[in-house]
Design a protein around this ligand. Structure first.
Ligand code: UDX
Length: 439
């Protein structure tokens, strides 16, 4: 099969590289010349474990290439994937589809032969029909179908998720398109990974419903965590006990500083907007969005408490600023709320993150960046764990406490045990949904 991938952002690049690894010929297109130059030089513009090796392998094998030239990319393509951004539109919370429709129009004007135009970007229900209309209007003679093929990749585990998915969802309107999509995903289908073929609207809805459900699960457990703190229950034990119920499942039940990232915040907002537009309110999703914001503000207050009711002149070492480990992505990261609150309150904040520096230095001004947690903690009043990078999961707590001036810890990913923190010499320890001490 020959595939053209429009957009070399996170989704486009990972999907393009993985499709080429299936044995397909993939040409990735982007308007951004610097990005294409980098990719052609073998550099991966995003941080995703394993992507560089897989990309190099398939470029070497002659199955994967990068270009700015749409016409050459579309030549002979069986499928043209649209994987451009759909950011939240300023003002109304809708997904901004400008890039999707612009790509559809470009494809319509450039393509010559039959191809399936597949939307991989997350788009509101009904968008694929609009893509069909846009293409038809721009080139009435073109023979094409549209298909919806939402992605379920987690950053940091994207290749694994692509190669071993829980399911592949494909929304189509014709048998012919279904056959092309089946051929593209044959390597997965042959290994018994389920491919669910639906109509266009259902495929679009599955993506939003799945993400909103997962965001709800996290938010629910965060709310239970707050209740645990008031009642003396331990959220880690509660999550375990609840998750052992097979109907609920143990995943996405880790309490923390609220969900962030490129998908959950954006998709929950878009779903809520869709509900408002068609007068079918998404009350649960709307509440999840609000409660997730409140989680961060609740934790700011916990930080203030552990600092003795004021951040003024406190030195704080924050471990982890990305929204989760194994990514350099800072989008909607809890650090963007917590760190400015401390800086604004007069704290001197030192940041440590294996990948966060590139984006974080602009987003978190007024902070010092260090490479080593112990260095950052030297003479500090408080250590805050905000992202559970492996680097922060096995710290020598006694050594850490030993270099601090008044050792206190806010462990907002519940990485450590309060009794271990106490034994190591921390005079105060706060976390999420467990008994704090020293405050
Ligand atoms: C998510 C979906 O998992 C993926 O299917 C979709 O395609 C894109 O959005 P991603 O945003 O990369 O992936 O990260 P994920 O691992 O799902 O975590 C999202 C957020 O939830 C992070 O901020 C994470 O810290 C938080 N989270 C996750 C929790 O707080 N607790 C959990 O138990 C799980």
């Amino acid at each position: 099969m020959k595939i053209a991938m429009i957009g070399t952002g996170y989704v486009g690049l990972v999907s393009g590289v993985c499709f080429s690894d299936f044995g397909h010929h993939v040409v990735c297109v982007d308007q951004d010349q610097t990005k294409i130059d980098k990719l052609q030089a073998g550099q991966v513009p995003i941080f995703e474990p394993g992507l560089d090796v897989l990309m190099a392998k398939n470029v070497e094998a002659g199955r994967l290439s990068f270009t700015r030239d749409l016409a050459s990319a579309l030549e002979g393509a069986d499928a043209i994937f649209i994987a451009v951004g759909t950011p939240t539109r300023r003002g109304d919370g809708h997904a901004d589809l400008t890039y999707v429709f612009a790509a559809a129009e470009e494809i319509a004007k450039t393509a010559k032969d039959y191809a399936v135009i597949v939307t991989k970007s997350t788009v509101p229900v009904g968008t694929n029909r609009k893509v069909h209309e846009v293409v038809k209007a721009a080139n009435p003679d073109l023979d094409f179908d549209v298909a919806s093929n939402p992605e379920f990749l987690r950053e940091g585990a994207a290749i694994e998720d692509f190669m071993k998915p829980d399911r592949v969802v494909v929304g189509v309107e014709t048998e012919r398109a279904a056959k092309v999509m089946e051929d593209i995903y044959r390597p997965l289908y042959l290994r018994d990974f389920p491919i669910l073929t639906t109509d266009l609207e259902s495929a679009e809805m599955i993506k939003y419903a799945a993400n909103a459900f997962l965001a709800t699960k996290i938010t629910f457990i965060n709310e239970i965590a707050a209740l645990c703190e008031k009642t003396g229950a331990d959220i880690k034990k509660v999550s375990k006990g609840v998750g052992l119920d097979g109907r609920i499942g143990n995943k996405f039940l880790h309490a923390g500083p609220g969900y962030g990232g490129s998908c959950f915040p954006k998709d929950t907002k878009a779903l809520a907007r869709i509900g408002q537009d068609v007068a079918s309110p998404m009350a649960i999703t709307e509440t999840v969005i609000r409660v997730n914001e409140e989680v961060k503000h609740r934790l700011v207050e916990k930080l203030r408490d552990v600092c003795g009711n004021s951040f003024k002149d406190k030195t704080v070492a924050v471990l982890g600023v990305t929204f989760k480990p194994n990514t350099d992505d800072m989008r909607d990261a809890p650090s963007l709320t917590l760190v400015p609150a401390m800086v604004g309150g007069g704290a001197k904040v030192r940041l440590v993150d294996p990948q966060g520096y590139r984006e974080g230095q602009d987003l978190l001004p007024g902070c010092d960046w260090l490479d080593d947690p112990y260095e950052a903690a030297k003479g500090a009043d408080l250590v805050v764990i905000l992202t559970e990078w492996n680097e922060f999961r096995a710290l020598d707590l006694s050594r850490l406490a030993g270099v601090m001036s008044a050792p206190k810890m806010a462990d907002f990913r519940n990485v450590y045990d309060p009794s271990d923190a106490k034994a190591a010499g921390f005079e105060a320890y706060v976390s999420v949904g467990r008994s704090d001490y020293g405050v």
